[in-house]
Design a protein around this ligand. Structure first.
Ligand SMILES: Cc1cc2nc3c(=O)[nH]c(=O)nc-3n(C[C@H](O)[C@H](O)[C@H](O)COP(=O)(O)OP(=O)(O)OC[C@H]3O[C@@H](n4cnc5c(N)ncnc54)[C@H](O)[C@@H]3O)c2cc1C
Length: 438
């Protein structure tokens, strides 16, 4: 069997190495710890959890739960280790982080097909068959090497994401499609504010509570004016937003014929048009605060938030321009990316992306074509989203029910809808795996 290299023994790298090795290939897994640590990594073990110890919900009809069910079918190493080291956490899967890392490390070290090289920072992109899984805090030298290969403009160093809401949850009676001055296609949904609405929104925004960033991130964001959170911009003055992301110029409200006092635009975020992001609203507010304050936007009073805004240090590729649905670099077929670096967001999503990259490189090494997962599975939909060239201004994405294609027959009851979507996903994945062994 052929040989492959995996760089980074985080969640994604361990899963990629595991999938490759279980398919019978010889793998060399490189990790720079304990010689060199990112600002967030502290312990020498593999698959270190740098912050929370939770892998979110296990409910099969939630996005996080469905993703786990799929990962279990795909033979996930990290999920198995997580179940073994779980601590009590209600409906969530949370782990003892040290035991979890030790359980993953032990399995990797014991695998006869995996050779591990620790304390080695890789500074060049390998020429041969490889998976790069160096994570959101990829070392500088490797970032430079990836930038040189893929193009500097296709590599980002921080998330500055605005929230994304479900199209179906936007009140279409209080909003309207239009572009500024009526130029071009009317692609934006506009949320017009009266003066009292603006004042109330402004007061809530500037007094809402934010996430406390760790010192290394605070220093980083001080330097970057371009990714200023909306709440920080708002504190510069009551009217600053009305001359910035909430400017009403070129907009007329169809039912009054007048310009609104302020206006927020929502931009379509995917090909299907069922996700919309709040333009210019990158934010660092706590998630419950985002829900409370942004539901004051006219038309978003019942908004379903599919992704909350986040701001943190995060190295990630502009994957829609670079990767295919199997996480292979379009311009170099022997090279795959995995984990947070591909623009997925979250522990389990990163690990799951490692499975996708590892399985597909394994197929390729066995002389087969890579094979994308069905788009109606959570993991398949995530890969489809991050490699969809129609995604405007790409920002990382976690698993959520909104990225799954709609059911053939509309189902208004949310619980039933999610149940059917989850069943469809598991059936699809089951068929996909049967076909693979047939
Ligand atoms: C500060 C911070 C907090 C986060 N908190 C959460 C959270 O609470 N919940 C959540 O779901 N997600 C969180 N995330 C996002 C993400 O889920 C995790 O970062 C996750 O660990 C990503 O997995 P990964 O395998 O892609 O990268 P990592 O787990 O970071 O693994 C990458 C590995 O590559 C190694 N490496 C880096 N460069 C090189 C190199 N050049 N050569 C060799 N090895 C290298 C690193 O040492 C590391 O071991 C957080 C991210 C950050 C940055």
């Amino acid at each position: 069997m052929a040989e492959a290299v995996v760089i980074g023994a985080g969640l994604a790298g361990c899963e990629a190495a595991w999938a490759l090795a279980n398919a019978g290939h010889e793998v060399t897994l490189y990790e720079m710890k304990p010689e060199k640590y990112s600002p967030a990594h502290k312990s020498p073990g593999f698959a270190e959890l740098v912050c929370s110890n939770s892998f979110k919900s296990t409910r099969p009809i939630s996005a996080a739960g469905l993703l786990k069910e799929e990962m279990a079918l795909l033979g996930s190493l990290t999920l198995e280790a997580a179940k073994e080291t779980a601590v009590s956490a209600g409906g969530a899967l949370a782990v003892d982080r040290d035991l979890f890392s030790a359980a993953v490390t032990k399995r990797i070290l014991a695998h006869p097909k995996i050779r591990t090289v620790t304390g080695r920072e890789i500074t060049e992109v390998p020429e041969g068959n490889a998976v790069i899984a160096t994570g959101p805090l990829t070392s500088q030298a490797m970032s430079d090497a990836i930038g040189a290969l893929c193009g500097e403009k296709y590599l980002s160093f921080y998330d500055a994401s605005a929230p994304i809401v479900a199209y179906e949850s936007i009140d279409r009676e209080r909003t309207f499609f239009a572009t500024r001055y009526g130029r071009g296609e009317a692609d934006y949904i506009n949320c017009p504010f009266s003066q009292p609405e603006y004042d109330a929104f402004y007061d809530a925004l500037v007094s809402a509570r934010s996430v406390e960033l760790p010192p290394f991130e605070r220093e980083y964001f001080k330097v970057y004016e371009g990714c200023m959170p909306i709440e920080v911009m708002a504190r510069r003055g009551r009217d600053t937003l009305r001359f910035g992301p909430m400017r009403p110029v070129g907009i007329r409200v169809p039912w009054t014929g007048h310009r609104p006092w302020a206006n927020i635009q929502l931009r379509r975020d995917n090909t299907e048009g069922d996700l919309y992001n709040i333009v210019g609203f990158q934010t660092n507010l706590l998630f419950p605060e985002q829900e409370r304050v942004f539901r004051m936007i006219p038309g978003l009073q019942n908004a379903q938030f599919l992704r909350f805004g986040v701001m943190h240090r995060n190295t990630f590729l502009n994957s829609p321009h670079l990767l295919d649905r199997c996480l292979r670099l379009r311009k170099r077929e022997s090279l795959y990316f995995a984990g947070q670096l591909t623009g997925v967001e979250g522990y389990m999503e990163s690990a799951a992306a490692g499975i996708v990259a590892g399985r597909n490189l394994a197929r390729q090494l066995a002389g087969k074509e890579p094979r994308p997962l069905p788009a109606d599975t959570m993991l398949g939909a995530l890969c489809a989203y991050i490699s969809d060239p129609a995604v405007a201004e790409f920002q990382p994405m976690g698993s959520n029910m909104g990225i799954l294609p709609p059911l053939e027959q509309q189902e208004r009851n949310k619980e039933l809808r999610y149940t059917k979507m989850a069943r469809r996903a598991m059936d699809s994945l089951g068929r996909y795996l049967e076909e693979e062994t047939a």
